[in-house]
Design a protein around this ligand. Structure first.
Ligand SMILES: *Cc1c(COP(=O)(O)O)cnc(C)c1O
Ligand code: SF4
Length: 467
């Protein structure tokens, strides 16, 4: 005899034998998003109301672009020595800075040296490490595989289109520091300005290649395209008969989620292209770039809900970074929290081998270890693949698929037979993680070449042994 209604708690009178005790709800950290008007603790934003803080134009206008502006915003929250360290750091950095008030509000200014958001966006001189001698500015060789400036055609069926070179923020670690942001004292940039004439050449090339089915529109950042240009680019590409799939890549949701809530025109353009694609039987999605669970707040949750309800699918690509997300706990929490707000974790990248950010890179071993701890903690479709975008243009390789990995010299060798058959690609662990003796060998050009040659021979032998 059932007295309880099986559609209502407690569902049944039967006693259920527990296999393990239920968790305490408060321990589910991925569901605990930052709430309230958290920005008011920053002196410059103390009087800013919610409507103003959520206005994307206000966010853009008040972005911090210099050490002086940072000082003015946080007014004594951080020690003066830290501000001096930032000033010196900016003189040496390959990227200019641009940090939204949203991010400024999420940084713990009592401990800025260890804050995962500060580390990503604001350089300090005292943490700079010596570059590995194998680092370059365009480590992915995107310019070598570009038939038209700003269009990289490396893989058989997909291409990367960079319509512009500006972003809502500038990340210290940008792979495209060869183009993105203002010229700095260190780097004079390649120009990729939003130029419809250059775009027309890219469109012509894409339409002329029947094998191209999939276009990544990145940048710079699709957030910075006007609503009109977003629609123009989206409509032009998705209506090409050869194109089946398209993604807009933007850091926006991680650094300025309020734009999704308040820039109606831009969001409507995005939804328009997604719906146009759907009518044509083609897939249009948004790819974004969260690196740390602190970047996901109630504002993010509302923004992602809006996109989810409008039928816009969002995937995430993170970069594994030392001091930011290089522990299993942080990475597990990030993936669970992304799932919580309906963002699907797609990739976690090894940090690209770009100059001036050696303090952010990790070893291949670190990535392998963290991957083992992340896989299995949530749904398989919310579990990212850890990849190394092999320097030299081999494309993304599963981190565990190295043909050879010497943990002493820090050399990992990958092959990419589906992309560039017959070639091998090397990733080099950060030099400061190697023994002093091996660090010295890297500084000597003859010994350096000997280590590389040895890795090449041993990886070829390892491959042969598998035949
Ligand atoms: C990453 C990338 C793509 C897309 O690759 P997926 O593995 O499909 O996400 C396309 N072109 C270039 C040059 C890329 O770097
Ligand atoms: S948003 Fe992307 S393209 Fe722009 S600076 Fe950051 S990493 Fe580079």
């Amino acid at each position: 005899m059932i007295k309880t209604d099986p559609t209502q708690p407690p569902y049944t009178d039967e006693v259920i034998t527990a296999i393990k005790p239920p968790v305490v709800p408060d321990s589910l950290l991925h569901t605990k998003l930052r709430q309230g008007e958290f920005w008011r603790q920053i002196p410059a934003y103390a009087d800013i109301d919610e409507a103003t803080f959520l206005d994307h134009l206000w966010q853009g206008k008040h972005s911090v672009t210099s050490a002086d502006k940072l000082e003015a915003a946080i007014q004594g929250l951080a020690p003066q020595a830290f501000i001096e360290d930032v000033k010196e750091g900016l003189r040496k950095a390959p990227m200019s800075i641009r940090v939204s008030p949203y991010l400024i509000s999420l940084i713990d200014w009592k401990d800025p040296y260890h804050d995962p958001i500060r580390i990503q966006f604001i350089p300090v001189a005292s943490k700079v490490l010596r570059d590995h001698p194998m680092l370059t500015l365009d480590s992915l060789h995107e310019q070598d595989d570009a038939p038209v400036p700003g269009l990289t055609h490396r893989y058989a069926d997909k291409a990367l289109f960079l319509p512009l070179d500006i972003c809502p923020v500038y990340c210290r670690f940008c792979t495209r520091s060869y183009a993105i942001g203002m010229d700095t004292e260190e780097v004079e940039k390649v120009q990729l300005s939003p130029d419809p004439k250059r775009w027309a050449k890219a469109f012509k090339y894409i339409a002329s290649r029947p094998e191209l089915e999939d276009i990544v529109v990145s940048g710079g950042d699709a957030y910075q395209l006007s609503a009109r240009n977003l629609r123009l680019i989206g409509e032009t590409i998705i209506t090409m008969p050869n194109i089946r799939r398209m993604r807009f890549a933007t850091k926006g949701p991680a650094v300025m989620p309020m734009k999704i809530l308040t820039d109606t025109e831009w969001v409507n353009s995005l939804i328009y292209v997604v719906e146009l694609g759907r009518k044509l039987g083609k897939d249009v999605v948004l790819h974004t770039h969260f690196n740390h669970p602190d970047e996901i707040t109630w504002v993010t949750e509302q923004a992602m809900l809006k996109l989810f309800q409008a039928g816009v699918f969002v995937r995430n690509q993170s970069v594994l970074q030392r001091g930011v997300n290089d522990t299993k706990e942080t990475m597990q929490l990030l993936m669970k929290r992304l799932g919580h707000v309906n963002v699907h974790p797609y990739y976690v990248y090894m940090h690209d081998m770009v100059k001036g950010v050696e303090d952010l890179r990790t070893t291949v071993q670190t990535a392998m270890n963290i991957e083992r701890h992340v896989r299995g903690t949530t749904a398989g479709f919310n579990t990212p693949t850890f990849v190394c975008d092999a320097p030299g243009g081999g494309g993304k390789r599963d981190i565990h698929s190295a043909d050879y990995y010497d943990r002493v010299t820090g050399i990992a060798v990958y092959t990419a037979p589906g992309v560039k058959p017959g070639q091998s690609f090397m990733y080099f662990d950060p030099i400061d993680t190697l023994s002093p003796d091996v660090q010295a060998r890297w500084q000597d050009p003859v010994q350096r070449q000997a280590m590389i040659d040895e890795a090449e021979i041993k990886s070829a032998a390892a491959l042969l042994a598998q035949l």
